[in-house]
Design a protein around this ligand. Structure first.
Ligand code: AMP
Ligand code: TRP
Length: 331
């Protein structure tokens, strides 16, 4: 059976980008057709300046939102990365497999290290080695597929390279995974700055729709989205990034093709209103389930506890095999 692994970092509140790029597919498709694991990758949240209390809060919230989005713990495994030691154990072997040059070429490293420097913080070594941990997350579970947004494909490519290299050097140990991207909205852009990705922690929140934003807030953010100076509604990411983004968001919400949608609009205002309505409707059931789950925190904790147990049992044999393969003695 196909294995699927993916994760989300508790570095901020989950966004519409997270949902359309990744989480929605996990819930609507992946968990039904494969043996799937979905992880709140909390260790990855420590690679930049962070507040411990906030990471704790956001980790619980992310797990709750994954369940609210429809992940069914009877069908898939939902857990927290730091609850399973195998990730950190295997990450070290990945650091011994990757090269310094490979790590430095990662776009996310270039962007985030520049950000850290600009805010006067040191660049944490873990920010550089981050892809080794991510590779460990994936390879520990012998995942075939990694459903992610476009921004993560470079990391998954590196994971593939590391798996192939390790297998060649030490004998077949890892499955070589591949990234899967959504057809539409693989890269949802910031509504105020449609040339940059809608990220959890963009300077101002005005261009970011959070999954827990109330309908009025969603409306306001979408209606104020920056569009282009042209008048025509066309789907052209280069010439009209703001309009293209709205078309993609609307298309992803309603299951239509953005290019085809463009032809049905003659004004930006109507497009914005339809997009806002569609996002509100998309988020409504998630928000309702989230409210119900928050009222029962014991349930979420229990799901995570059981998830960690299952994940550990799956990862352990592969990580042990990797330890033996590189020449470490059996304890
Ligand atoms: P992160 O928030 O970086 O932990 O991302 C979790 C998942 O959401 C990853 O698969 C990302 O590729 C995806 N994702 C994050 N932001 C976006 C975005 N703006 N558009 C599409 N996918 C995204
Ligand atoms: N690096 C991913 C991100 O920033 C999160 C992540 C960590 C991940 N480990 C993973 C995603 C393993 C897929 C598989 O979004």
């Amino acid at each position: 059976m196909t294995r699927i692994f993916s994760g989300v970092k508790p570095t901020g509140h989950l966004t519409l980008g997270n949902y359309l790029g990744a989480v929605r597919r996990w819930a609507e498709d992946d968990q039904y057709r494969a043996e799937a694991l979905f992880c709140v990758v909390d260790l990855h949240a420590l690679t930049m300046e962070h507040d411990p209390a906030r990471v704790r809060r956001l980790s619980r919230q992310a797990a709750t939102l994954l369940l609210a989005a429809g992940l069914d713990p009877e069908r898939c495994t939902v857990f927290v990365q730091s609850h399973v030691d195998e990730h950190a154990r295997l990450s070290y072997l990945m650091e011994c497999t990757a090269t310094d040059g490979e790590m430095r070429r990662m776009i996310q490293y270039k962007e985030k290290s520049a950000q850290a420097k600009a805010s006067g913080d040191g660049v944490r070594l873990s920010l550089l080695t981050y892809p080794a941990l991510m590779a460990a997350d994936i390879l520990a579970y012998s995942a075939d597929e990694v459903p992610v947004g476009e921004d993560q494909t470079q990391h998954v490519e590196l994971t593939r390279d590391l798996a192939v290299r390790f297998n060649q050097r030490y004998g077949h140990t890892f499955v070589v995974p591949k990234a899967t991207e959504p057809v539409v909205a693989a890269r949802v852009m910031d509504l105020q700055d449609p040339t940059s990705k809608m990220g959890k922690s963009h300077a101002s929140g005005a261009g970011i729709v959070y999954l827990l934003d109330e309908p009025g807030v969603v409306h306001k953010k979408v209606m104020r989205a920056v569009t282009d100076s042209g008048r025509e509604v066309v789907h052209d990411r280069a010439a009209s990034p703001g309009v293209a983004n709205l078309l993609e968001v609307l298309g992803a919400c309603t299951g239509q093709e953005p290019g085809a949608l463009a032809g049905t609009y003659t004004s930006y205002g109507v497009l914005k209103k339809d997009a806002a309505d569609a996002v509100v409707e998309l988020l409504r059931p998630v928000q309702e389930r989230h409210a119900a789950l928050v009222a029962d925190p014991g349930h979420v904790e229990e799901v995570l506890r059981r998830g960690a147990g299952r994940a550990r049992a799956m990862a352990r044999p592969t990580v042990d095999a990797a330890y033996r393969a590189v020449g470490l003695l059996e304890p």
